[in-house]
Write a protein that binds this ligand. Structure first.
Ligand SMILES: [Zn+2]
Length: 408
């Protein structure tokens, strides 16, 4: 019975059981192996051979980073798949950015048509289209994608949504803001940089030459934006949806994107986190010209607080990096990361400083690298605006419109 229950949960090979020295399970204090305790066992993606349940901590196969326990040592090759738990398959899609991949998820809906729900698409360029052609023809083994869900509207997640919808005739499910936002950006992207955006960058210390360079770089962006379909199915916070043979609660949060959707399956303890929680890197939280006075870090920290109310032992599936367990630990790390960055920025503000000067202090490598100025400035401003909102700094606007920040 124990084995069947474990197999239903997707454990193929038992690697570690967490027992106290007295031989009691950490999770429920039972002295017998129990399903509750085995929920904290790592799944091995490398072997199908069952091992004996050990009462002693066993050598672990997958990576461990403090309390973060990765399910697999390595991701699948680009375009290849890996079953994570029964009915849920991981597809690694390469990206033409510094961040070189995105995780897409294929969920078996079952039924007569053997349909599959797809979450996220990768960016739109010829290589990714070729990859999808191969996946649709070979990898899915005759199964058809019947529904497309996008966690949010950034190009690495929604880039090929319109193309796949055109090709497959399926519905696109998204939150309202994330459906609309990329369409606004796409229209903006067709025109030269707007006067408002130019004023934004100028006010934070970027000179005209740097703005012209940035404007030019848009023409050589390594991806296109395929138009989104003209209709979609709206997802809302708190709604329950069924896909992949499981029930999921939609959790809509801000900070990284304004209405980013994650999906929580309580019954099987799975969180499809999207970009809201990543395993190794911190999702971008930035102030951009479209919302020059926004304060997204408060939204992001609030979302972390909310997600920390979920059980700690969930299997977390992030859009970048490796699936892991250790949700609370990872959230605590992200909170600490932002607290440290806020403190570092506060320390820099010994005198009024503009955004570019602060970004050089906070992100010297990114500011020296080609093409990373906007992201570094956006992240810096998000932290500066949070310091202002929490009364740790003041924002000054000169008569010429130049914006500076100083600590209180
Ligand atoms: Zn992403």
């Amino acid at each position: 019975m124990l084995r069947q229950s474990l197999q239903r949960r997707g454990y193929q090979s038992l690697l570690v059981v967490s027992w106290t020295p007295a031989g009691r399970c950490h999770a429920c204090a039972s002295s017998q192996p129990c399903v509750r305790s085995l929920d904290i066992v790592l799944q091995c993606g490398m072997s199908c051979q069952d091992r004996k349940i050990s009462r002693k901590p066993h050598f672990m196969h997958a990576k461990v980073d403090g309390e973060i326990k990765y399910l697999f040592d390595t991701p699948p090759q680009p375009g290849a798949t890996q079953v994570v738990v029964p009915g849920l398959t991981w597809l690694r899609v390469p990206l033409p950015f510094v961040l070189d991949h995105v995780n897409c998820w294929l969920l078996d809906d079952g039924g007569a048509g053997n349909a599959v729900t797809l979450i996220d698409t990768g960016a739109d360029n010829s290589k990714t289209r070729e990859l999808w052609d191969r996946v649709l023809e070979h990898t899915l083994g005759g199964r058809k994608i019947s529904r497309l869900i996008c966690t949010h509207g950034h190009p690495d997640h929604v880039g090929l949504a319109g193309w796949l919808v055109d090709k497959l005739g399926v519905d696109l499910h998204m939150t309202l803001v994330e459906y609309l936002a990329p369409q606004v950006f796409m229209e903006e992207g067709k025109k030269p940089i707007s006067a408002a955006a130019r004023a934004f960058f100028n006010s934070h210390g970027l000179d005209d030459l740097a703005i012209a360079k940035m404007d030019k770089s848009r023409e050589t962006a390594p991806f296109r934006n395929y138009p989104l379909p003209s209709s979609f199915v709206r997802m809302r916070d708190g709604d329950s949806v069924k896909f992949g043979g499981r029930s999921w609660k939609i959790l809509v949060n801000g900070g990284h994107a304004d209405e980013h959707a994650s999906f929580y399956c309580k019954a099987d303890g799975i969180l499809i986190a999207g970009d809201q929680i990543l395993s190794r890197i911190s999702p971008v939280v930035g102030v951009f010209p479209t919302q020059p006075q926004s304060e997204p870090l408060s939204d992001y920290l609030l979302s972390l607080k909310r997600l920390r109310t979920l059980p700690p032992d969930l299997l977390v599936l992030p859009s970048h990096g490796l699936p892991f367990r250790g949700l609370h630990e990872r959230i605590d790390q992200l909170v600490t990361h932002h607290a440290e960055r806020l403190a570092a920025l506060e320390n820099l503000m010994t005198e009024p400083m503009n955004g570019v000067a602060m970004a050089h202090g906070l992100f010297p490598r990114a500011m020296a690298a080609e093409g990373q100025t906007v992201m570094a400035l956006a992240e810096t401003l998000a932290h500066a605006h949070h310091l202002v909102a929490t009364k740790r700094a003041k924002r000054h606007v000169s008569t010429s419109g130049a914006i500076t920040f100083s600590r209180c």
